[in-house]
Design a protein. Structure first.
Length: 111
């Protein structure tokens, strides 16, 4: 099947593949392989060895920029809208989960 990469760099595989995870393998000759994967949650009782490499120069986090008076004023002026959006966003679930629930309801399966 021939697929074209869109302007945003995405390829649509179709609804059949929605919500599935893939490992993208980029080959030297320009080929891209998508290998389906299943994520297995780590068991907290499993102990893994520490990586056997040494960090030569530690990465230091940059301090967060301090919001200026202009930014603080904007936040204060829009506090109600920000709170309303945050309340709405907290009730949303990821798109893939909504699609999965819809598909299950169409197939007559329990959610």
């Amino acid at each position: 099947m021939l697929k074209e990469v869109g302007a945003s760099g995405q390829i649509s595989l179709g609804k059949k593949f929605a919500g599935q995870l893939y490992d993208a393998v980029f080959h030297q000759d320009g080929r891209v392989e998508l290998l389906p994967v299943k994520v297995v949650p780590a068991d907290p009782q499993v102990r893994e060895d520490t990586a056997a490499y040494e960090v030569k120069s530690p990465v230091r986090a940059q301090p967060a920029p301090v919001a200026g008076a202009e930014n603080q004023k904007w936040v204060a002026d829009h506090a109600a809208e920000i709170a309303e959006y945050n309340a709405w966003a907290s009730t949303r679930e990821p798109y893939a989960q909504r699609v999965r629930r819809w598909r299950q309801s169409q197939a007559g399966q329990p959610t």
